[in-house]
Design a protein around this ligand. Structure first.
Ligand code: PGA
Length: 255
């Protein structure tokens, strides 16, 4: 089956509102013919500017995190409603930086995923093992726990609305990409777990993106793997030219 392809920029704590506006204005005409989904997640305070600049185009703007609560006394948190009002269509959840620096666990990520679906914000669930876990041959166990807990009790229809991003922690921001073979093997493992729990038809429909030092130079070899349906890109998504090249090279090889 042919799945849609997603190229998603995760800007982390970069790009203020003015920079975001200029970036999106420059990107939009360059990707107007794109056959892949182009999504960008700027910081919270830049979402509105990004969404305004992307209006009427195929580029979608989203968030990097979201509160699990609808509203209330949660100092410093941002709700789904606020994100939607600012123009966000999707939300990245469970990024390894959220898990390690901000102590988000699988249960919290599960609650956020449930809430995002209810609120019709498309969630991207990030999973991935650390170097130590890979060295100790715990990759499968870690991924199955993150997927199993994150998507716990979800119906096949709910699971189908989630995008998965496999991001080996050892490849994030390190310049050390997983080889296409390692990435494909791990994506296959994730899909097999989805199939075991939610059936083949569901598993076949879910986009599994790869993340971790993706750049114009390695996107072709990654995206041509059968189980890799796109990329979640940090550093290389911060320059218009580099993001545009990643999109262009993706289209060249998937055509
Ligand atoms: P990177 O980040 O592309 O800079 O490695 C990816 C991510 O953290 O989503």
């Amino acid at each position: 089956m042919t799945r849609s392809i997603y190229i998603v920029g995760n800007w982390k704590m970069h790009m203020a509102a003015g920079e975001t506006r200029a970036f999106v204005e420059s990107l939009v005409p360059q990707v107007s013919e794109a056959k892949v989904h182009v999504w960008i997640a700027p910081p919270f305070t830049s979402i509105e500017a990004g969404a305004a600049a992307a209006k009427g185009s195929a580029v979608r703007i989203g968030a990097q995190n979201m509160s699990e609560y609808p509203k209330g006394a949660y100092t410093g948190e941002i709700s789904s409603e606020m994100l939607k009002e600012a123009g966000a269509d999707f939300v990245i959840l469970g990024h390894s930086e959220r898990r390690s620096h901000f102590h988000e666990d699988d249960q919290m990520i599960h609650r956020k995923l449930k809430w995002a679906l209810k609120e019709q914000l498309k969630p991207i669930l990030c999973v991935g093992e650390t170097q130590e876990e890979r060295d100790r041959e715990m990759t499968r166990k870690v991924l199955e726990r993150q997927l199993g807990e994150g998507l716990k009790d979800f119906t096949p229809d709910e699971v189908k609305q989630v995008l998965i991003a496999y991001e080996p922690v050892w490849a994030i921001g390190t310049g050390k990409t997983a080889t296409p073979e390692i990435a494909e093997e791990t994506h296959h493992l994730c899909r097999a777990f989805l199939e075991k729990n939610w059936g083949k038809e569901t598993a076949e429909q879910i986009a599994i993106l790869y993340g971790g030092s993706v750049k114009p130079g390695n996107i072709r070899d990654l995206i041509t793997q059968p189980n890799i349906d796109g990329a979640l890109i940090g550093g290389a998504s911060l320059e218009v030219d580099s993001l545009r090249d990643i999109i262009k090279f993706t289209e060249e090889v998937i055509k």
